[in-house]
Ligand binder design. Structure first.
Ligand SMILES: Nc1ncnc2c1ncn2[C@@H]1O[C@H](COP(=O)(O)OP(=O)(O)O)[C@@H](O)[C@H]1O
Ligand SMILES: [Mg+2]
Length: 385
């Protein structure tokens, strides 16, 4: 079995798995300095873009391709490559096809997709530089708005405006965008896997409450499974999983995707805000809570060994928390320690100064106990357990 991985940055999450399964791993990467290059069986240093990786896949006669790409930018090119490799060479590429990708990387197209399919999403309108009136009016009515750029991730190009003065700078920087109604409530992510037309949703993850300051969930503590006060969580978590499956199937997502939701506390409705059709940073806490390592699932898809029923049977119900710790002294932030060793254990991951610790517990109490022993709760000032 031979698999081409495009991009080395996330390869530390799969290095042991490929070895254990006797898979010959090839990496293509444009940065010759990437520390993960040495973890693969062979490597190619290539220029940016998908032309060279595509040629390597054909020349090496690989069994499948797994793009290890955690950002939006290259996804359309990846999808075009997928079309060619799958249709003309019979080589599966574990990524979403062109049309789904186009919808996900464009926040306006995503909104149109939600509306067309009756999927609850915050009200919105398209904005242009010469059309502020609508926004002014909303703000005068004391309805905060979220301004977004069509493309963006990690909070880039996002501004929450709750007073007229907030509005001005945005249009000096940007020409246009989308204005969306501000929703107050818990932020949620759910990851969904889909391959051979079979879909498996994983666990809804709690990412903190929305704030008018717009602090991105990347900076907050996370918890799984989602547990909102004063509602029937079993029911709501099932609803969220149904939303994820519906989106994955309507869009034709493939591989992995993560769906971002805000639970509107006032109306008690789940509002979908975006879809990221690629491996997401939520995958570690999803693994802690379910026992499912999404990156390993992608490898199974590429090697023809993925079975949705087998996966469903493997899903566990642990409790999990994840805390951004900046930098934490440990020797565990490397490829050797990417798996949870047992039902009460932790891992550390992420780049220097942006490290995160993810904890699995048999119960939430046990997970919290581990975080206390690690003395990391102090890093989180925004969150009460
Ligand atoms: N309608 C909204 N109401 C409240 N907060 C929002 C809304 N839309 C976005 N946000 C805040 O901005 C963050 C980033 O928005 P999102 O659309 O997910 O873009 P990104 O691609 O940057 O993650 C969200 O996680 C949330 O904190
Ligand atoms: Mg988001």
């Amino acid at each position: 079995m031979k698999i081409l991985f495009i991009g080395a940055r996330l390869f530390d999450d799969v290095a042991l798995y490929t070895k254990k399964n006797f898979i010959h791993s090839i990496i293509s990467e444009s940065n010759a300095q990437s520390p993960n290059l040495k973890l693969a069986d062979s490597k190619y240093i290539v220029s940016r873009g998908m032309d060279e990786p595509m040629k390597i896949a054909i020349k090496e006669e690989v069994d499948g391709v797994v793009p290890l790409i955690g950002i939006d930018g290259p996804l359309i090119e990846v999808a075009n490559m997928k079309k060619k490799l799958e249709n003309e060479h019979g080589i599966p590429v574990v990524a979403s096809p062109v049309s789904a990708t186009r919808t996900c990387v464009d926040k306006f197209k995503t909104k149109e997709f939600f509306v067309k399919n009756n999927i609850k999403t915050p009200e919105y309108f398209k904005i242009t530089k010469n059309d502020h009136e609508n926004i002014q009016q909303k703000i005068e009515n004391k309805e905060p708005m979220v301004l977004k750029q069509i493309e963006g991730q990690g909070g880039s190009g996002i501004k929450i405006i709750s007073s007229i003065n907030h509005n001005k700078g945005y249009f000096q920087e940007f020409e246009n965008g989308v204005a969306e109604k501000y929703i107050e409530g818990p932020e949620i992510s759910i990851e969904v896997l889909r391959w051979n037309e079979k879909t498996v949703p994983l666990v809804p993850v709690y990412k903190g409450e929305t704030t008018l300051e717009g602090i991105h969930p990347l900076k907050k503590m996370k918890k799984a499974p989602l547990n909102i006060n004063n509602i029937n969580n079993d029911e709501n978590n099932l609803k969220i999983q149904e939303i994820a499956v519906n989106i994955a199937e309507k869009l034709g997502l493939e591989g992995t995707a993560d769906i971002d939701i805000i639970f509107n506390t006032e109306t008690e409705e789940n509002n979908v805000i975006e879809i990221n059709a690629r491996p997401s940073g939520t995958r570690y806490i999803t693994n802690a809570a379910t026992g499912i390592n999404i990156m390993h699932e992608l490898v199974d898809m590429a090697s023809g060994n993925w079975n949705h029923l087998k996966l469903k049977n493997k899903i566990k119900n642990y409790s999990a928390i994840e805390i951004p710790v900046g930098s934490y002294k440990s020797n565990k932030n490397n490829y050797k320690f990417r798996e949870f060793s047992n039902k009460n254990s932790w891992i550390i991951h992420g780049p220097k100064d942006y490290e995160r610790i993810t904890i699995r517990g048999e119960t939430m109490k046990k997970a919290i106990k581990i975080s206390e022993d690690l003395k990391i709760l102090k890093y989180d000032t925004l969150f009460k357990l």
